[in-house]
Design a binder for this molecule. Structure first.
Ligand code: ZN
Length: 333
């Protein structure tokens, strides 16, 4: 019945159409906001989104609000937003976000002691750089594991950036992440950053770290012109405010983005599904066929031990996978 009702409505529309002007298509057939320009969200603050549109000399920083048709849909840093309205980027203008493009990746964190709700941190990032000080403050392997777990779960490549290498030896930490194929880049203040630049160029990389690890120092060194790139952001809210409350995307001179995030104390990963995670470990995923139903892959009956014994993967890989899985379960108490 519903179908018939629909088709009758359409017929009515067709009959009415010729009387309303000739060439103008009905609004429901016309793509909404054909003239919209796409920009990337680089900062979010109190119901206002800062977006960068255009490129080269035509690049503009625009402040936008959410159009009514967006409803309550979340718009986060990294989102590609379709914008209409005043896109000149001049002061006191306000554009509207009418749409966001489907996300290629979504980096989330979930409920933990300090943050009761699940939230999307950044959209469309393809790398997550976990910044860890080798000393002062001491590395927190559990926090690092959780961040890497969230990256792998989201289909984002994790990177490890080890700072303050003048204070402690990085080898032990590097060894811990070797089996996970996580690239580690060792730095100390004042270092040449060419290795890091090479790893970041043409990527959208989220920078994550506990406070005091030297993340801000690193970001400032990587994007010294950051203040200029987000000049509008600064004028509106002040960069300090942004860095302490939400993510902000900074454009690299040679292409790509560094997305700085506030210092973290914990990283909630209750949303991570162990079975989805294992799909990222191609050499181990096939071996789970021999697991009992509902296997946690961290129990005596798990089929992965035998799989590794057959030479299909390594003990180091399996141990690392299990360490990540444990970092997840240790959250629920
Ligand atoms: Zn198993």
């Amino acid at each position: 019945m519903a179908d018939r009702k629909h088709s009758r409505l359409d017929e009515d529309d067709v009959r009415v159409r010729p009387q309303r002007g000739k060439s103008r298509p009905r609004s429901k057939d016309r793509p909404a906001h054909e003239d919209a320009e796409q920009g990337m969200v680089v900062a979010v603050d109190r119901g206002r989104w800062t977006c960068v549109v255009g490129s080269g000399d035509d690049e503009r920083v625009i402040t936008a609000m959410r159009a009514r048709e967006m409803g309550r849909k979340g718009i986060v840093v990294g989102d590609l937003a379709d914008l209409v309205g005043d896109l000149s980027g001049t002061d006191d203008t306000l554009a509207r976000i009418v749409r966001i493009a489907p996300r290629t990746t979504t980096l989330r964190r979930t409920a933990d002691d300090t943050d009761p709700e699940e939230r999307v941190i950044v959209a469309n990032a393809d790398q997550l750089a976990v910044v860890v000080a080798l000393a002062n403050p001491e590395p927190q392997p559990r926090l690092v594991d959780r961040a890497i777990l969230a990256a792998l779960d989201a289909g984002i490549k994790p990177l490890l950036i080890l700072t303050k290498s003048d204070l402690a030896d990085p080898d032990e930490l590097i060894r811990q992440y070797q089996a996970l194929d996580v690239q580690a880049i060792v730095t100390t203040k004042g270092d040449d950053l060419s290795e890091l630049h090479a790893a970041l160029t043409q990527h959208k990389t989220v920078f994550l770290g506990a406070s005091g690890v030297g993340k801000s120092t690193l970001v400032n060194a990587l994007v010294p012109e950051a203040d200029r790139a987000t000049g509008h952001v600064n004028a509106v809210t002040g960069r300090g405010r942004h860095t302490s409350t939400s993510a902000v995307a900074l454009e690299l001179t040679n292409g790509g983005w560094v997305i700085d995030t506030p210092g973290i104390r914990s990283f909630g990963i209750a949303h991570v599904e162990p079975n989805r995670l294992i799909q990222g470990f191609a050499d181990l995923a096939t071996g789970t066929e021999h697991c009992p139903r509902g296997c946690s892959h961290d129990e005596a009956e798990c089929g992965l031990d035998a799989w590794v014994e057959q030479g299909e993967s390594t003990h180091e890989r399996l141990d690392s996978l299990r360490r990540l899985l444990r970092s997840r379960s240790s959250e629920s108490r």
